[in-house]
Design a protein around this ligand. Structure first.
Ligand code: ATP
Ligand code: MG
Length: 873
């Protein structure tokens, strides 16, 4: 009988009701040991009429079974496995050891968990009850957290119970929290009927109303004499002592059997019986422990009456240390099942138990590698440093350094990664050396260090063996090409990139290699061409989404967003950026987070979203300083310049662009595409500093000519038009516009129309001025570049033509996520495919789609496709 708890019951009922009505609900029950969390979960299970219930709990154990709790939870739902996307099903089956699988990215299991819960809940509303979350194995906790955070419109109520003050998946989950307090003295008295009122009152004070403590101590109230008067006892120690005391009364055989049961993860009796036989113990003696109220014997199963009892008995026994070999095997099995955190823990403990130093080093390296894949970057780095310090075998040192360098290149400081990798590559075989040098070149790229990137790339080329694998040739070629482009030798670089792209286009193996995804996506975009290798970018995205490779996604999404900003798809670019930022945060990828923040800042600057832009820049710059990712510092600085220019503060804008130029000079980056010269010259002309503008324009024109690509040439031509004499400017602007036509960049085109129109108006050529200004205004409005649209409108008004502010485009009313969903559906994906690609449930996709229909006033997917097409999304 559950006493009291009116408020808690009410909230639980509400969560269940909400699930029944088709919306997801979640609640965390937090409190000290014995306070009644499990009792409330039992209550929820009882009240979940008309619902299905999935239950699982964490198990206090040193050797946790990877995904053990997840399997317990999902077991009844596994029949639905074929209803979820196949790659996810494969990942989940591998994780749960239902089939031999290959190791997957850790979030693939989380995505599958979400899909399976959603599919299971399609048949009836669902209550998901997770008890003792503080003891969940890390792999289960990560998967559940990923899934719980994404529940929106599924008929699912999630209740998670956790001990107060302990770490658990709840720390990242942001669920509403119910904190459980002790029972009132009246309730306490009801709990212990037959006790003298004074004793009951004393007990209530001593236990602060903790029901478990009340129940335990009520059996032997004399024990209370030991407690200091009036002070609440330390409940868990007191309870543990109570349990141990009881266990101490048992026969030696019963105690031994009890210890064995406490050490078992599952309580499976047949297994225990075998273990008992090996030790010469008799398991039948457990009956005594049952009579003492410590365990319950069920058919084939022994359960402890309370986890605290199990923990106390387990902790008290001098448990024999499992052999390192067994732990190593456990680690390997966990890794195979993508349970990287568990694998890391098992390898580490195996390493620490191993006397042989070579083997210990190998195990610590394995622990570091698994830790990195689990997203435990700091821990991984420490383990690898430790392994490195103890390593004697040179081949082992190279392996360790490859991983150490790789991690540093991703989590910063990036040039430290470069240093480790370039030093160790000398001792590696040629194929491995190329992979390491490519990683080092990537670090230089993030750091905005083209000179060193080129050195590293050339070295990769020089060690490339004659019979190199396509993979090594691809890596050497693509890094060399990018380094050259960044360092200013654009023609030679483009040739390298083209060749590498050809290799990838010819090899499915390369295209599906998740580790190559960043390079596959970046190479083609580096060319800024309309055709070359674009399908590779799409392939890279599809590969990452299909395999739920959350870790690879932020990188690809950031690149795609940058590409979208450079066309006319700004609303889409925002959605892409936001997804990259969210996933980078969730998977702890700092460098990609910095990249996403800087990229979004750049976009919001142009749209005049001042507050948001400044916040993004501040966070991006802070990260850049930490990580040494100076490339993104350049973007963040450029964003501020664009923001000021759009807001009309030419002096501040000039200062930002000067800073950007100084950064580029410091870093030795000469690529004309990263130069702010066009913006800086414009700011100078607005400040009346024409001479300064001329100087900037001359240098930039030379750089653009050298590069010979239409994008920088058009920008150079625009500032020449700005500065030219009245007789000369029309030809220059006309030329600029022809160059723009060879690019996809709508914003740059409109900027030229605007500059042209402004000069025409000042030259009193109203008719032609209007033509240019209208062209500019249309584009700015379409993009949502508000400050620039305002300016074009004001200029147009000065020519005598007034245009009202256009109604915002329909797609502007959609949230970024709604837009993303709408685009996927309009592009022909099914609801299920869209859900899988975006790590949502189909119900949540439908929920967002309903909002999209409402906002756009439409009713079908055909109408949706039309609406988006007219808005140019
Ligand atoms: N409101 C209540 N009314 C009556 N009995 C209760 C109440 N709450 C808890 N109990 C009883 O107290 C004991 C401890 O409760 P429970 O096992 O739910 O605690 P818990 O918070 O889950 O503790 P732990 O953190 O150790 O798992 C159980 O025997 C339970 O039946
Ligand atoms: Mg409990």
């Amino acid at each position: 009988m559950l006493l009291g708890r009116d408020q808690e019951r009410h909230e639980i009922e509400q969560a269940l009701a909400q699930a029944r009505s088709g919306a997801s609900a979640a609640l965390a029950l937090v409190g000290e040991p014995g306070i009644g969390k499990t009792a409330l979960l039992d209550y929820a299970a009882e009240r979940a009429t008309g619902m299905r219930v999935l239950r699982a709990r964490g198990i206090p154990s040193e050797a946790q079974i990877p995904f053990g709790s997840l399997l317990e939870l999902l077991r009844p739902a596994l029949a639905m496995l074929d209803a979820i996307p196949e790659p996810q099903a494969v990942a989940l089956e591998g994780a749960l050891a239902l089939r031999r699988g290959t190791a997957q990215e850790r979030f693939a299991v989380g995505a599958a968990t979400l899909s399976l819960l959603a599919a299971y809940a399609e048949q009836a509303p669902l209550a998901v009850l997770v008890d003792d979350a503080q003891w969940l194995d890390v792999s289960s906790a990560q998967a559940l957290l990923f899934a719980f955070r994404r529940l929106v419109a599924d008929p699912i109520a999630v209740l998670v119970a956790v001990r107060e003050g302990e770490l658990s998946l709840l720390d990242g989950a942001d669920l509403p929290v119910l904190r459980l307090r002790g029972l009132t003295s009246d309730e306490a008295a009801q709990l212990m009927p037959g006790l003298a009122p004074e004793t009951a009152a004393l007990l209530h004070r001593a236990t602060a109303g903790n029901p478990l403590a009340l129940l335990e101590l009520a059996t032997d109230p004399g024990d209370l004499a030991l407690a200091p008067e009036g002070a609440p006892v330390l409940v868990s120690t007191r309870i543990s002592q109570a349990f141990l005391h009881r266990a101490g009364q048992l026969s030696p055989a019963a105690r031994q059997a009890l210890t064995l049961a406490a050490a078992s993860d599952t309580g499976d009796l047949p297994t225990l019986r075998r273990a008992a036989a090996a030790l010469g113990t008799d398991l039948d003696a457990l009956a005594g422990a049952e009579s003492a109220g410590l365990v319950t014997l069920l058919p084939g199963l022994v359960e402890f009456r309370h986890p605290l009892a199990r923990l106390a008995i387990y902790a008290d026994a001098d448990s024999s240390v499992p052999a390192a070999a067994a732990l190593e095997q456990a680690g390997a099995r966990a890794r195979q099942r993508s349970a990287y955190a568990d694998a890391a823990a098992a390898f580490e403990r195996a390493g620490r138990l191993t006397a042989d130093s070579g083997r210990r080093v190998r195990l610590l390296r394995a622990a570091g590698g698994a830790g990195w894949l689990a997203g435990l970057a700091d821990r991984a780095a420490l383990l690898l440093d430790e392994a490195r310090a103890a390593a004697a075998d040179p081949r082992e040192v190279v392996e360790i350094d490859q991983l150490r360098g790789h991690i540093a290149a991703r989590r910063g400081p990036v040039m430290r990664g470069h240093a480790i990798l370039t030093a160790a590559a000398g001792s590696a075989g040629p194929e491995q050396a190329v992979a390491m040098l490519a990683d080092a070149a990537g670090a230089c790229f993030y750091a905005g260090n083209p000179a060193e990137m080129l050195v590293v790339a050339e070295r990769a080329r020089s060690v490339l063996p004659a019979d190199a694998s396509p993979r090594a040739s691809f890596l050497a070629g693509i890094t060399a090409g990018m380094a050259r482009i960044l360092g200013g030798d654009a023609a030679a670089g483009a040739e390298d990139v083209h060749e590498a792209i050809k290799l990838a286009e010819a090899s499915a193996g390369l295209r599906e290699d998740l580790q190559l995804v960043p390079w596959l996506a970046l190479g083609p975009l580096f060319l800024r061409e309309t055709g070359a290798g674009r399908s590779l970018v799409e392939d890279a995205l599809r590969t990452a989404r299909d395999r739920a490779a959350v870790g690879a996604l932020p990188y690809v999404l950031n690149l795609i967003a940058r590409d979208q900003v450079a066309t006319d798809r700004w609303a889409v670019a925002e959605a892409t950026c936001l997804e990259a930022i969210d996933l980078a945060r969730e998977s702890g990828q700092q460098t990609e987070l910095a990249s996403g923040l800087a990229g979004l800042a750049f976009l919001q600057a142009r749209r005049g979203r001042e507050r948001e832009c400044r916040d993004l820049v501040a966070e991006a710059l802070r990260l850049c300083r930490e990580l040494g990712t100076r490339l993104y510092e350049i973007w963040a600085t450029a964003a501020l310049g664009d923001l000021e220019l759009g807001l009309g503060d030419a002096a501040s804008a000039a200062a930002r662009f000067e800073r950007q130029r100084q950064l580029l000079a410091e870093l030795g980056i000469t690529d004309a595409d990263l130069s702010p010269a066009a913006e800086l010259a414009e700011a100078y002309t607005r400040l009346g500093r024409d001479d300064d503008a001329r100087e900037v324009a001359a240098a930039f024109t030379a750089a653009a000519d050298a590069k010979g690509q239409p994008w920088p040439l058009a920008r150079a031509m625009r500032i020449r038009g700005l500065l030219a004499a009245d007789a000369d400017f029309p030809a220059l602007f006309d030329h600029a516009i022809r160059l723009h036509e060879q690019t996809l960049d709508a914003f740059e085109t409109a900027r030229t129309h605007l500059a042209y129109g402004e000069r025409l108006r000042r030259a009193r050529n109203r008719v032609l001025a209007r033509e240019q200004l209208r062209g500019a205004l249309d584009i700015f409005e379409h993009l949502g570049a508000d400050p620039w649209a305002d300016r074009a409108r004001a200029e147009l008004a000065a020519t005598g033509e007034t245009r009202r502010r256009r109604d915002p485009a329909t797609i502007d009313e959609l949230t970024p996520q709604e837009l993303q969903i709408a685009l996927a559906l309009a592009g022909g994906k099914t609801t299920k495919e869209t859900a899988a690609a975006l790590f949502l449930s189909p119900k949540t996709v439908e929920y967002h789609l309903r909002h999209v229909y409402q906002k756009l006033g439409i009713h079908s997917r055909e109408e949706l496709a039309r609406a988006l097409a007219t808005d140019g999304a």
